[in-house]
Ligand binder design. Structure first.
Ligand code: ADP
Ligand code: MG
Ligand code: MG
Length: 254
């Protein structure tokens, strides 16, 4: 069993107008086998949290800590974090011109495992994972995310998840832009990883729709750079009915 612990995390970003504080004291504990949903309005800092866990250089940690089984994640490079078992599915996956999906996956797998995967088994795994995600085999030879539709980019993120087998996955709005069929396929991929590897999931979403397919154990409402309320799955139902107004009003008053 593994655990990620985020303690009193404060993060800022450099903008043209100067330093802007975004995360203002985030506390979160995620064990393997658990799914935590983070829900919150746009601009509340959800992606900033995802990028900070992954090690994006644009975000400065001003104070607080992130540990993985007691190890200091913040002192690890991006590569070291991936090798330690952390995975980020980005809200806006980036294009990688000149690098095919196949080569990208193989390079990533080799970097994470410390050795190249056996070619035959690997080809079979890639083919199987692409079939699971209803991705046409022609995607293997295309450059990563180049000309991919929004839904195809999200499937490609989950393809990486299936093949790289991380310990923890941060899924940043993986549901956005997906039609119902694609949402089901992508959710099944996440659920397979949960069942097969005991994946711990931090599922960032604006909408409750994906939570019908990927069942959260805990729901955290994220407002203005911190967790404003926590609960079980029933909290998501309440948000579905009430929206975020209650929290935004409280923020404005305080
Ligand atoms: P969310 O994912 O909840 O919509 P973000 O983490 O993307 O929120 O953004 C939180 C706030 O930080 C927003 O006001 C956003 O404009 C700002 N922000 C995030 N990243 C940057 C950046 N790289 N440069 C400038 N502002 C940023
Ligand atoms: Mg946003
Ligand atoms: Mg975001």
């Amino acid at each position: 069993m593994s655990v990620i612990e985020i303690r009193d995390l404060h993060v800022s970003v450099e903008t043209d107008q100067g330093t802007k504080p975004i995360l203002k004291g985030v506390n979160l504990t995620i064990n393997t086998g658990e799914t935590h949903a983070i829900m919150g309005p746009n601009g509340s800092g959800k992606s900033t949290l995802a990028y900070t866990i992954a090690g994006h250089p644009k975000y400065t940690v001003d104070s607080g800590s992130i540990t993985l089984d007691g190890e200091d994640v913040l002192s690890m490079t991006v590569d070291e974090r991936a090798r330690a078992g952390l995975f980020l599915a980005m809200q806006y996956p980036v294009e990688i011109p000149g690098v095919t999906v196949t080569n990208f996956l193989r390079t990533a797998k080799t970097a994470i495992d410390g050795e190249a995967p056996g070619i035959r088994g690997w080809m079979k795994d890639v083919k199987g994972a692409m079939e699971n995600l209803r991705m046409d085999s022609s995607f293997a030879a295309r450059n990563v995310n180049e000309g991919f539709s929004g839904g195809e980019k999200k499937r490609n993120e989950i393809l990486q998840l299936e093949l790289l087998k991380p310990t923890f996955a941060v899924l940043d709005e993986t549901d956005s832009g997906l039609d119902v069929d694609a949402l089901r396929v992508v959710s099944e991929g996440v659920n397979r990883a949960k069942e097969n590897t005991g994946l711990g999931v931090l599922l960032i979403t604006h909408y409750t729709r994906i939570l019908r397919y990927i069942k959260p154990d805990f729901v955290h409402v994220f407002v203005n750079g911190r967790v404003a309320e926590e609960g079980g799955p029933e909290l998501a139902d309440r948000l579905e009915e009430e929206g975020y107004d209650r929290f935004l009003t409280e923020t404005a008053v305080s």
